[in-house]
Design a binder for this molecule. Sequence first.
Ligand code: HEM
Length: 293
Amino acid sequence: MRIVKTITLMLIMFIFIAVVVAASSQIMLRPHPGNYYENYKGFTDMIVGEWSARGQQFTTWQSQYVRKVTGWAVVGIIVLFALHMITVGRKELPAGGEEIPWYSLLNRVVHWLAAVSVSILVITGLIMTFGKYLGGGAFVRFLRYVHGVVGIFTVLPVGVMLIMWAKDSVFRGYDITWLVRFGGYLSKSHEPLPAGKFNAGQKIWFWISTLSSIVMFYTGYLMFYFSATTDGLRTAALVHNILAVLLLVAFLGHLYMVLYIYSGALKSMINGKKYEKTVQFLYSEFYRKIKEG
Ligand code: HEM
């Protein structure tokens, strides 16, 4: 039954990918009449259009605040991680015991599809934001299409992820203890904190990444197809760019956790298993449940 479910979902994903690839070739070839330059110019004209109305205000927001906040957020988070690395360092987790199945094949396929596509969105988004300092040009304009097409594709893995992990990500009473102690990240000691299949920090990342991705998709769609009034497009651009900063910081936090802090996290998202001792230590409430049957 489980294998049928997995194959069906993977088939749906495959069909979706085929449709996106077919549709995107249309977008790439004929996004709007005219060449890339005209399309891009049409886009920017529309965004900063009427200077007499709110255009000036919008441009100021975009260039003075959003770009600066994005730049400083990236610098700030890297400095914070560096400080954390020096003062606290990584968590050496207890390992050993039998291997417990943790992430199903579907979990892993969906996760890695989301990881690759969101990484492309982050990289192309950052290049677009700072394009003017990189000389602008056809390459940056081309990336706008890549960003749009990959954005459409991302809805699928993120949507499936939302359904697949929502139940495990509902906050429970014991998450308060985890949050009050800040997950133990600020101390070198290794005391276990209560957690279900996901701890409170993982749950926060889950809700930020899935829910904000949906808003990003909708606002991105409005901008890509100019499906709103000038003021609507400006609002969409602001919401999209401000949310992008939150998502970017959370995304970098996720990478720091899984690639540096927790040894064995990456392996578990590849082979789908976690050591019993690690589960007992990190996910005590979940461990108690499986032991009670
Ligand atoms: C290159 C980028 C990424 C890498 C290397 C990565 C890696 C990982 C790893 C190793 C885990 C397992 C953590 C554990 O069990 O302790 C994980 C979990 C997870 N990932 Fe990612 N991930 C990436 C991008 C993403 C993206 C873009 C999303 C969402 C759109 C996402 C959402 C999640 C969620 C919700 C979990 C489960 C909760 C958690 O462990 O935080 N990941 N990821």
